[in-house]
Design a protein around this ligand. Structure first.
Ligand code: BGC
Ligand code: NOJ
Length: 811
C-alpha cells in the first residue's frame, strides 16, 4: 500500500494522507540553520547544534507522538483547523504534503478556504520561512482569523527538559511590532536570540503558553483561538511561545500571502554599547528585511531550488529503470547531504541531545557526500581528525558546535581510526587535492599536539597494526563497526546490565571485520604514501597488509564463510561451531570488498553463504541464528530481542557492502537483487509494512525472527545512505573516482540495458554512455574518449580539460 507518490519532475514525494504509518519527515536547511518537519507540520529548529542551540521545543515520547511543531490555526467561525491537520486533527476537505529537496509544502482546504504553506530555509540565511497563501475559493467574502504558534526551547535541549527548577523562572521575551523575540539567557550571555515575525501588522499576540492555550489545555484547540482573541501576554518565566493573531477578510476568489520568519541571530563580539538585557535587534532586522515581500521570498525559494539542481546535477544517470534514476539523481544524494549535515544527531529517532557527530559515522557519511561539495568535506575531515588522539585512536563522537570530543563516550572503538583513511582517500580521489595531507591538524583539539594530516593517517594505520591479538587479528576494543558486539565485557557480573564502557583494549578479543578494513584501507594508505613520495612507509604498509591478509586466511576463515571475531577467551564468534550467531554479514562484505579470498575462491563461497543463511525478501540480516538469550561474553548485541537491530535485524548499512562485494566478483544480477530489496523507491508499495518514509533509507528493518518482519525504524540518519550511493554510483553503475582519474567499470544485472551518465569530477564534466550489446554483467571490451579509442577503464584526469565524452562498451 502507498500513502503518496513520487513526482520526479518536481523532485518531490507527495503524501496524500496525514495518516502515514509513522511521521514522515523532511529536513530544511543546508548549512547552519536546520529544521525537521513532518507531514503534519511537527518538528523543530536548531542552529548548528541540536543539543546546544535548540530554537524550538519538541517533546520526544509525546502523546500523540508528533504533536509539537510550527502550527497555524484557522478559525473561520465554524471550525478550527490546521493546514497540516495537526494539532487539531480537524478533518480537512483536501490534504497534500509535498516533501521536496530542502522544502516542504502543505496544500489543504476547508470550508472554501485553501491554504498553501511553503516551508524552507533559504541558502546562507539563519532563518526558516513559512509562506502561507490563503485563498477564498467561494463566491462570497470570507472572514476568519489566523493564529501562528511556535514554542521556544530554552537553548540547551537537555537542560530544557530536565532543569525545571531554574528554567521555569528564566524565560524572557521582547515584542516589537509583529516580531516576537525570544531572549532567555540573554541577560548573562548577550550572545544570541531567536525571533518569530510576520510581514504584516497583527491583531494580537501571545508569548505565554499558558495564556495562549489556557489552563490545563493541550495545543489542539488553544483558548485564544477558540475565543478568537489573543491575550497580548508577555511571558515571564514558565513557557515562552510566539503566536500572532491576524484577522482577515478575503473577497470571492481573493488570495493573500503571509510571510512568517523564524530566525536566529548572534551578536558581534563587541557588546559595549547595548543596554543591559535589551536585545540588540540589528541582526534580526537584517534578516527580516530580506523577506518582507512575496517577491523576495519567491526569489529566495528559486535560489534554493537552483542551488539543489546544480548540486544534484553532479551525478545524473538516465537508465531505463526509473527507481534507479530517481534514487541516484534525487533522493539518495539528498539523504547523503542530510546525513553529512546531521551525522547521527537529530531525527525523529535521534533526539538531538544524545549523539552528535560520530567519528566513524561522519567519515562514512562523507563517502556519499564528497562529490557534492568537496570543500565542505575537506573542512569536515580536518574537524574529525582534530579529535584523534596522538596514539591514533579517537573520540567516538564530538559535539558539532564546539567540535570537541565527547568525554562521556570517550574512545576505544577500534575501527574508528581506519575510517579516517577511508574518508581521506575518498576525498583525495574525488578532488586530487593532496595538499590536504600537509594541513597541520591538532590531536585531541590541542594546538601543541598538532601534526600534518598525513601523520594522522599514519597513526590510524599504526594503531591497528600495533594492536593485534593472539591470532594476529586486530583487537576489537569496546566494539568495532558493530557497536553492540562487546566482547570484552565478560567481567560484568551475571544479572547486571552489559557495559559498553569497558576497557578500551580488551585482553584478547579480536575482530575479523577490522582485519578486512585494514586490508582495504591499508592498501589505500600505501597508495597515498606513494603519492607523497614516502616509499618506505608505503612498502612497510604493504607488508603489513599482506600479513593481515594471511592472518584472515589462517584464522578468520570458517570453512564456508569468514568468522566474525574471537571473544576475550579466544572463542570463535560467527562460526558454524557456535550455537547461535553462526554467521555475520559484516566480514563477508568487507573482506570481499578488500579483495580477501577472491583469488582463493573463498569470496564466492562467503557470498553464497550470505545468500543461503542471511537473506530475506526484505534484505540481508546481520546474523543468524539470532541470539535467544543474553550472553555475558557478547554484550549488547544479545540484549535485543531476536530480529531487531544488531541481533539479526536487517541492518541496511551493510547490505550495500555485500552488494559491492558481489560486484567485485562480477555478479551483477545478485548485486542488483540486493540493492533492490532495501531500496526505498522499490519498496514504496509495501509502505504499510515498511512504515518509514519511502524516499529515504532507514537504519534497520526487522529481521525474520521479529514479530514485525519487514518493519523499518530509525529513518534518515544512517550510513546506509552513503554506502548505497557508493554502491549504486560506483560499483553498479561503475563510475569510480580514483587518484589519477575516473574509472568506468559497471557491474549491472542482465537486461539493465544501455545508460547515460553525467558526472562532474574535479570541475570537468564527463558525458558517459555505457553500451552493453552482449548483455553481460561485468567487463569492458572497448572505451572511447572524445572519439578516440582508449586503453583500459581509467580515464586520466587532465588539468584544464573541462569536458570528456566517453563511450564504454561492455562485453
Ligand atoms: C544501538 C546501535 C548504536 C549505538 C549507539 C546501540 O544501542 O543498537 O545501533 O550504534 O547504540 O550508541
Ligand atoms: C549505528 C551507529 O551510528 C553506527 O556507528 C554503528 O556502526 C551501527 N549502529 C552498528 O552498530
Amino acid at each position: 500500500m502507498k500513502f503518496g507518490y513520487f513526482d520526479d519532475q518536481a523532485k518531490e514525494y507527495v503524501i496524500t494522507t496525514p495518516d502515514t504509518p509513522l511521521p514522515w519527515i523532511n529536513y530544511l536547511g543546508t548549512q547552519d540553520f536546520f529544521s525537521l518537519i513532518s507531514n503534519t507540520c511537527g518538528g523543530y529548529s536548531f542552529y548548528k547544534d541540536a543539543k546546544l542551540l535548540r530554537i524550538t521545543r519538541y517533546r520526544y515520547n509525546n502523546i500523540p507522538v508528533d504533536s509539537n511543531g510550527k502550527y497555524y490555526y484557522i478559525h473561520d467561525g465554524e471550525d478550527i483547523w490546521n493546514p497540516g491537520t495537526m494539532p487539531s486533527k480537524t478533518p480537512v476537505d483536501s490534504y497534500e504534503c509535498h516533501h521536496g529537496i530542502g522544502y516542504s509544502r502543505f496544500l489543504s482546504s476547508k470550508n472554501g478556504l485553501k491554504a498553501d504553506l511553503l516551508a524552507f530555509v533559504p541558502v546562507n540565511t539563519s532563518c526558516e520561512i513559512n509562506k502561507l497563501t490563503l485563498t477564498n475559493t467561494t463566491d462570497k467574502p470570507k472572514t476568519f482569523s489566523l493564529f501562528s504558534y511556535v514554542e521556544f526551547c530554552l537553548w540547551n535541549a537537555v537542560d530544557d527538559s530536565t532543569n525545571f527548577q531554574r528554567n521555569l523562572s528564566i524565560g524572557e521575551v521582547e515584542i516589537e511590532g509583529s516580531t516576537i523575540y525570544h531572549k532567555t539567557e540573554y541577560r548573562e550571555r548577550r550572545k544570541h536570540y531567536s525571533f518569530f515575525s510576520v510581514n504584516c501588522p497583527v491583531d494580537g499576540y501571545d508569548t505565554s503558553r499558558d495564556a495562549f492555550l489556557g489552563h490545563n489545555n493541550g495545543n489542539a484547540f488553544p483558548d485564544a483561538v477558540k475565543k478568537n482573541k489573543a491575550g497580548n501576554s508577555v511571558a515571564s518565566g514558565w513557557y515562552p511561545i510566539a503566536s500572532h493573531q491576524i484577522n482577515l477578510t478575503l473577497s470571492a476568489g481573493e488570495s493573500r500571502d503571509l510571510v512568517f520568519v523564524l530566525g536566529y541571530s548572534e551578536n558581534p563580539q563587541d557588546q559595549k554599547f547595548i543596554a543591559p538585557n535589551v536585545i540588540r535587534k540589528d541582526g534580526a532586522h537584517k534578516i527580516l528585511e530580506q523577506f518582507q515581500t512575496t517577491q523576495q521570498v519567491d526569489a529566495a525559494f528559486a535560489e534554493l531550488n537552483a542551488y539543489w539542481s546544480k548540486l544534484l546535477s553532479r551525478y545524473h544517470v538516465e537508465s531505463k529503470d526509473e527507481n534507479v534514476n530517481r534514487m541516484a539523481n534525487i533522493w539518495n544524494q539528498y539523504q547523503c547531504m542530510v546525513t553529512f549535515n546531521m551525522s547521527r544527531s537529530a531525527s525523529y529517532y535521534e533526539s538531538g541531545t544524545g549523539r552528535g557527530m560520530g567519528f566513524r559515522d561522519s567519515c562514512q557519511d562523507l563517502l556519499g557526500f564528497v562529490h557534492l561539495i568537496p570543500e565542505r568535506a575537506r573542512e569536515r575531515i580536518l574537524d574529525i581528525a582534530a579529535t584523534q588522539f596522538e596514539d591514533g585512536s579517537a573520540y567516538h563522537q564530538y559535539q558539532p558546535l564546539t567540535k570537541k570530543g565527547n568525554l562521556d563516550i570517550g574512545s576505544g572503538f577500534n575501527d574508528d581510526p581506519l575510517w579516517l583513511i577511508a574518508a581521506v582517500s575518498a576525498y583525495l580521489k574525488e578532488t586530487g587535492d593532496f595538499s590536504i595531507l600537509n594541513e597541520i591538524v591538532d590531536f585531541d583539539n590541542q594546538k601543541e599536539k598538532a601534526a600534518p594530516l598525513y601523520e594522522h593517517l599514519r597513526r590510524s594505520f599504526e594503531y591497528t597494526s600495533t594492536h593485534l591479538g593472539p591470532h594476529k587479528l586486530p583487537l576489537i576494543g569496546r566494539a568495532d563497526w558493530n557497536d553492540c558486539l562487546n566482547l570484552n565485557c565478560f567481567s560484568t557480573e551475571p544479572g547486571e546490565p552489559f557495559q559498553t564502557t569497558g576497557p578500551s583494549e580488551g585482553p584478547v578479543a579480536e575482530s575479523v571485520f577490522i582485519a578486512g578494513m585494514f586490508v582495504k584501507y591499508g592498501k589505500e594508505f600505501a597508495q597515498i604514501s606513494r603519492h607523497m613520495g614516502d616509499n618506505e612507509t608505503a612498502a612497510k604498509a604493504e607488508q603489513e597488509v599482506d600479513a593481515m591478509y594471511q592472518a584472515v586466511l589462517d584464522a578468520g576463515w570458517d570453512g564456508e564463510w569468514f568468522l566474525r571475531a574471537y571473544d576475550a577467551q579466544s572463542q570463535k564468534i560467527g562460526s558454524k561451531e557456535c550455537k547461535e550467531g553462526q554467521i555475520f554479514i559484516e566480514p563477508q562484505g568487507f573482506c570481499v570488498m578488500a579483495g580477501i579470498g577472491v583469488k582463493e575462491g573463498l569470496a564466492e563461497k562467503a557470498l553464497d553463504s550470505v545468500k543461503e543463511h542471511l537473506d530475506t525478501k526484505y534484505g540481508i540480516m546481520i546474523l543468524q541464528p539470532a541470539y535467544t538469550q543474553y550472553y555475558l561474553n557478547l554484550g549488547e548485541i544479545s540484549s535485543y530481542p531476536p530480529g531487531y537491530k544488531e541481533n539479526a535485524g536487517i541492518f541496511c548499512h551493510n547490505n550495500p557492502w555485500v552488494s559491492i562485494a558481489e560486484t567485485v566478483i562480477g555478479r551483477g544480477n545478485r548485486a542488483f537483487e540486493i540493492y533492490k530489496k532495501t531500496c526505498p523507491s522499490y519498496i514504496e508499495n509495501i509502505s504499510e509494512i515498511h512504515c518509514t518514509e519511502p524516499y529515504v533509507y532507514s537504519q534497520m528493518v526487522a529481521g525474520a525472527d521479529a514479530v514485525f518482519h519487514g518493519q523499518a525504524k530509525n529513518s534518515w540518519l544512517t550510513g546506509t545512505a552513503a554506502w548505497t550511493f557508493c554502491n549504486l554510483s560506483q560499483a553498479i553503475l561503475g563510475v569510480q573516482p580514483s587518484y589519477d582519474g575516473l574509472c568506468i567499470n559497471p557491474c549491472i544485472p542482465e537486461g539493465f540495458g544501455d545508460f547515460k551518465l553525467t558526472r562532474t569530477f574535479r570541475d570537468a564534466v564527463y558525458h558517459i554512455e555505457v553500451k552493453n550489446p552482449d548483455n553481460v554483467q561485468k567487463g569492458v571490451k572497448k572505451v572511447n574518449v572524445d572519439g578516440k579509442e582508449h586503453e583500459g577503464c581509467l580515464i586520466p584526469f587532465e588539468e584544464g580539460k573541462k569536458e570528456y565524452h566517453v563511450t564504454v562498451y561492455m562485453g
